[in-house]
Design a protein. Sequence first.
Length: 313
Amino acid sequence: MQKISGHHHISMLTKNGKKNNDFYTKILGLRRVKKTVNQDSPSMYHLFYGDLTGAAGTELTFFEMPVAGRTVRGTNAITRIGLLVPSYDSLLYWKKRFELLQVEHSDITTYAGKDALLFEDHEGLRMLLLNHNGQSIPAEWQAWDGSDIALEHRILGMGTVEMTVRYLQRTVNLLQELFNYTVVTEDDTEVRLQSIAGETFGEIVVKELEGPSEKPGRGSIHHLALRVATVEELQQWDAVIKARGLDSTGVVDRYYFQSLYFRDRNGILFEMATDGPGFTVDSAIKELGRELDLPPFLEAKRTEIEAILEPLD
């Protein structure tokens, strides 16, 4: 079985697509690489932000849910997203930018062994910038030149993802035994694991916390997708997951990639998604994210879908 090569994307809930679009494009300087809809509920936007092409490992995605209430924080949830920046000077740059734009943030600190700047978006989604310290990144990650962020400080892609769970070893054992993650550091209440030893773009921190489970709302994290190269590998993982006694959706065609979904025994929702075909399957690179793109099975409903959605720009 192949090793997991890192994160593919991570998906969240937002109450308002326009405000979400403004924060992630105008404040964080990410490219909106796909404006589409939730394929299971096409009355809501599904927005993707990332690098030039929305390469696997750079994608932050949001489902717009206008009725979303506030998140009641708790355990058994994905609780923080790390984003990699090139250097310590980048953290200083972003701290000044957050001060100017009135983004909630911390002083520069450390997290998972790296210099870090914790911050929250306008809906309380917890994130942090991590000093990647000049380390290599996946070859397919490409900077987008449409950002007003200085090139030497732009967000590179996803880094450490934090999960908070009631039973620590349930999630740790899954990652270690099923997906071959390596334990980097551990104590009684926290374990840090990597899908590829030494690489932060596949790193997960699992923290133990007793108490009630999180009640998701705006600014909550819905699921983390793990990166799989091919459909054939995805089918193999599906068999392995089911053999462990977990329920899997089986392979689902999402048009831009193939996926499967399952929950671990703490209730954390994971997706596994293929690298391709990617967002250029229906758009030229220079046109990515500009117009509403729909998978072929929804194209016949375009008029009614567009009538429901509020313009973002």
